[in-house]
Design a protein around this ligand. Structure first.
Ligand code: HPA
Length: 273
C-alpha cells in the first residue's frame, strides 16, 4: 500500500468531527495498562472499528478504543489498545495511528508497554524509561514511498526518546512508590516469547528489557519530529532468567497489579509535560 497524506487525513477528519477537541498529548496504552483510560475525564470515546482507514485490535487485553478528554487538566488522546506486527499488520500499516494523531494536532507522544526484564537488577513491577531501542528484525514502518508532509526520507533517530521528557519521568519517579530505571528496549516480533538464547543475545547487545511493540510507533513519531516518551512496565523476568516457563497469564497479572500505581505516575507525568 502506498500511503498519501489524504489517506491519514480521512481518519483525522472523522475523529475531529467527533468533537473531542485538539489533544496536546497522545498516550498509547500497552497490554493490561488499560485502567489509565479511566483517568480520562469527560471522555469522547470512539471505537477503532468506526474510524475510516484505521486498524482493529485483535488482542483480548486491548480495548480497541480512542478516548479524547482531559487528564490533570491537559487535553489528551488515549489509545486504549494498540496494534502489533504479530497480529498480521505490516510494519508500514503500523504508522497509521501516530500519523492520524499528528494530523489531529497532537504535540507529544507517550508510549507504554509491558516488557520482560533482561537486566537482572530489574524486578516485575518496575518501570523502565526508554533511552534507546534495538530493532534488528522486521522492516522499518517508514519503508515505501516517503510522505514528505510528515518528514524527510532519511531522518535522525539518535535522540528520538526526548531527553527532557526522560529527565522529567525520572525526576517524578522520586515521589512515586515505583522503581523507575532508564534503559534500552529490544524489539522482538512475537507472538512467541523469546528463547533463553535470544535473551542472552539481547543482554550481550545491551538490552535491558524486551517486548513486541512500541518501536514502530516510536519511529513514526520520530519521523514527524514529535517529542516522544516511552515507558515499559516490567511484568516478568525474560525467558531463561528464571528456570521456569513464561506465560501470558503471568504478564497480564503483573500488569494488572501495577496498573494502579502506574496510572497515578502517568497522571503526574501528563500534568508536568
Ligand atoms: N517478551 C516479550 N514481550 C513481553 C514480555 C517478554 O518477556 N513480557 C511482556 N511483554
Amino acid at each position: 500500500m502506498a500511503y498519501t497524506c489524504e489517506y491519514f487525513q480521512k481518519s483525522a477528519d472523522f475523529l475531529r468531527d467527533k468533537g473531542g477537541g485538539i489533544p496536546e498529548t497522545a498516550v498509547v496504552l500497552g497490554s493490561c495498562l488499560g485502567p489509565f483510560a479511566q483517568a480520562v475525564e469527560d471522555p469522547v470515546e470512539v471505537d477503532y472499528a468506526e474510524i475510516p482507514h484505521f486498524l482493529l485490535s485483535t488482542v483480548a487485553s486491548h480495548a480497541g478504543k480512542l478516548l479524547f478528554g482531559t487528564v490533570a487538566g491537559k487535553r489528551v488522546a488515549c489509545m486504549s489498545g494498540r496494534f502489533h506486527s504479530y497480529e498480521g499488520y505490516t510494519f508500514e500499516e503500523l504508522v497509521i495511528p501516530i500519523r492520524v494523531l499528528k494530523l489531529l494536532g497532537v504535540k507529544t507522544v507517550v508510549l507504554t508497554n509491558a516488557a520482560g526484564a533482561v537486566n537482572r537488577d530489574y524486578r516485575p513491577g518496575d518501570v523502565m524509561v526508554l533511552k534507546d531501542h534495538i530493532k534488528l528484525n522486521g522492516d522499518s514502518p517508514l519503508r515505501g514511498p516517503n510522505v514528505e508532509e510528515f518528514g524527510p526520507r532519511f531522518f535522525d533517530v539518535s535522540q528520538m526518546y526526548t531527553r527532557p521528557l526522560r529527565r522529567l519521568a525520572l525526576d517524578l519517579a522520586r515521589d512515586s512508590s515505583l522503581r523507575v530505571h532508564e534503559g534500552t528496549y529490544m524489539f522482538f516480533p512475537g507472538p512467541q516469547f523469546e528463547t533463553p538464547a535470544e535473551i542472552r543475545v539481547a543482554r550481550a547487545l545491551g538490552a535491558d528489557a524486551v517486548g513486541m511493540s512500541t518501536v514502530t510507533e516510536a519511529l513514526t513519531a520520530a519521523h514527524c519530529g514529535m517529542p516522544l516518551l516511552a515507558l515499559s512496565v516490567i511484568t516478568n523476568m525474560a525467558a531463561g532468567v528464571l528456570d521456569r516457563p513464561l506465560s501470558a497469564g503471568e504478564v497480564d497479572e503483573a500488569a494488572e497489579r501495577i496498573a494502579g500505581p502506574f496510572s497515578e505516575y502517568m497522571k503526574k507525568l501528563i500534568a508536568a509535560i
